[in-house]
Design a protein around this ligand. Structure first.
Ligand SMILES: Nc1ncnc2c1ncn2[C@@H]1O[C@H](COP(=O)(O)OP(=O)(O)OP(=O)(O)O)[C@@H](O)[C@H]1O
Length: 263
């Protein structure tokens, strides 16, 4: 028996006010692996993510979740799907007026009727998972960028999602903190066996965490495959993308190190 993919995207097109930004995108996301969606700024990664989490209607084109057409989900099925997914947005998207613990408790309060005591315990478990056990009472403004990302991740994990979507985990973080977040993503895949979809333009991070990669360019799928297959892809546009990103990333790391050394 062939195993079912967690998600199949078939001929997805997308528009903002009549302007087409995704063109016939098709690929599959296997379960319990890390799939990385890569591409330069503006190529449509976040838009694709918005379709995948049901924030943008899929027609024309289809997205299947374990074989079921997302576009045909009833309100109830969509609610059930949302309970199965966790999303870490680019900014971390924490509520600034709530403490870290209160932020993590939000999905549990919205989606469950669990007593406060149970929610408190579950919140602690998630804080521990992301290495923030001592920071539950802190306000988001008191945290560093990396810690805010971790807190956002803890909130995305609050409902024990089967599928985790992460938008640009490294954005705004220094390379060392970003690497720590990559390790955490791999740990979630290995220990909790989650299906993880990461959107990024950071090459080093992408090759470190991906089981499967998808490269997008101007709203089109340029290539997909294992990291090995992408690295060996001889298509001119793919090669150019990888070389240019590597140069830019190197420049970014050098800039960071120079900044550190000049302090
Ligand atoms: N809300 C919106 N309204 C109109 N156009 C949009 C909107 N969001 C994105 N776009 C456009 O859609 C295209 C794809 O944008 P998208 O944000 O999906 O790309 P991206 O690859 O995620 O970029 P980045 O890495 O900078 O976040 C871009 O041309 C962008 O200008």
């Amino acid at each position: 028996m062939t195993s079912l993919n967690m998600i199949d995207i078939k001929g997805l097109n997308s528009y903002y006010k009549g302007r087409q930004v995704l063109f016939d995108v098709r690929f599959s996301i296997p379960g319990r692996q890390v799939t990385v969606i890569m591409g330069r700024s503006g190529c449509g990664k976040t838009t694709l993510l918005r379709h995948l989490i049901g924030l943008k209607p899929t027609a024309p084109g289809q997205i299947f979740i374990e074989g079921n057409d997302l576009g045909k989900f009833s309100g109830e099925s969509m609610e059930a799907y949302r309970r199965r997914i966790g999303v870490l947005f680019q900014s971390g998207a924490l509520f600034n007026s709530l403490s870290v613990s209160q932020n993590i408790a939000v999905p549990l309060k919205v989606h469950t009727r669990l007593p406060d005591e149970t929610i408190g315990i579950m919140t602690l478990i998630k804080l521990n998972l992301v290495g923030l056990s001592d920071f539950g009472d802190y306000m988001p403004s008191q945290l560093s960028g990396g810690m805010r990302k971790r807190a956002g991740l803890a909130r995305a994990l609050a409902m024990d999602p089967e599928i985790l979507f992460v938008d640009e985990p490294s954005s705004g973080l220094d390379p060392i903190t970003a690497a720590g977040l990559d390790d955490l993503i791999l740990e979630l895949r290995d220990t909790l066996r989650m299906t993880i979809i990461v959107v990024t333009h950071e090459l080093e991070s992408a090759f470190k965490i991906a089981d499967q990669m998808v490269v997008m360019d101007h709203g089109r799928l340029l290539a997909s495959g294992t990291p090995e297959e992408i690295r060996n892809n001889r298509d001119e546009t793919v090669v150019r993308f990888l070389e240019r990103e590597a140069d830019e990333q190197q420049a970014g790391t050098e800039k960071y190190l120079n900044r550190l050394l000049s302090r």
